[in-house]
Ligand binder design. Structure first.
Ligand SMILES: C[S@@+](CC[C@H](N)C(=O)[O-])C[C@H]1O[C@@H](n2cnc3c(N)ncnc32)[C@H](O)[C@@H]1O
Length: 241
């Protein structure tokens, strides 16, 4: 089983691939899309979960998503058809860093994909290239809530603390107009959902040749979360102008 299939199973119960509850996602979209008729771009859209939610609740919104995963884009297209929003969604199968558009966007979204650009500031630089004057960016990024062990840094990356993360964004010329720090419950719910879904899948498919590998992966990842980064990792979502 490849990584992408494993990730799809892990997110069965938590289709938003970030530690955010549905009402937090809804509030971030409200703050990021105040008019409801914006043109929105999602860099690293995956299965399009953010765009689908935005499109379903805003009949005049138009959206484009970019991702390197053909499978994820196929899922986004199928879901958009089921939800009746397919004609307002354009999907691009390419690297987000190579994407160009003739028209700028009112809002650029990127959640769970800053690593694809090489970190927070390169992601903001990419967003800026696509943004119309006065536009907004919705972005999610990890931070260290407490000093991280070398093992945690090796595992998740070299983040800064929350204040420094926001300082770096402000120093880059952005103004945060809304933010959400994922709660302990959101952080825990996300990890339980991911590793619980993987473990449950393995138990439900005892004859599958990948079953034992999936079961072992769920156990290792759950232990890494609990022992290595649960006490230090945090996640912040920002609406920037
Ligand atoms: C953790 S998922 C987040 C998906 C989506 N933003 C969400 O929050 O549900 C990261 C996504 O980034 C995509 N990705 C990784 N590298 C990329 C790149 N260079 N260009 C575009 N997408 C990329 C992956 O295929 C994956 O769908």
């Amino acid at each position: 089983m490849n990584r992408e299939e494993m990730s799809r199973i892990a997110h069965t119960e938590h289709p938003i691939k970030s530690p955010l509850a549905d009402d937090s996602v809804g509030r971030l979209l409200e703050r990021g899309l105040p008019r409801g008729d914006e043109r929105v771009l999602d860099l690293g859209c995956g299965g399009g979960e953010w765009l689908l939610r935005a499109l379903v609740t805003r009949p005049h919104l138009r959206a484009e998503g970019v991702d390197i995963s053909a499978d994820a884009l196929d899922r986004a297209a199928a879901a958009a058809s089921d939800l009746g929003v397919r004609e307002r969604l354009v999907l691009h199968h390419q690297k987000a860093e190579d994407f160009v558009s003739a028209e700028p966007f009112d809002v650029v979204l990127s959640f769970g994909a800053t690593h694809a650009f090489g970190g927070l500031l390169p992601t903001l630089a990419a967003a800026r290239r696509h943004l119309a004057p006065g536009g907004r960016v919705l972005l999610g990024e990890g931070f260290w809530d407490r000093p991280a062990s070398p093992e945690a840094i090796e595992m998740l990356g070299n983040f800064t603390d929350l204040a420094t993360t926001v300082d770096r964004v402000v120093a880059d010329g952005w103004t945060p107009v809304h933010g959400h720090v994922s709660t302990r419950r959101e952080l825990d719910d996300y990890e339980w959902a991911c590793w619980g879904s993987l473990a449950a899948w393995a138990l439900d498919h005892p004859a599958d040749p990948d079953g034992s590998h999936v079961f072992e992966t769920a156990a290792v990842r759950r232990e890494e979360w609990l022992r290595v980064y649960r006490d230090s990792w945090g996640f912040v979502s920002l609406v920037l102008r």
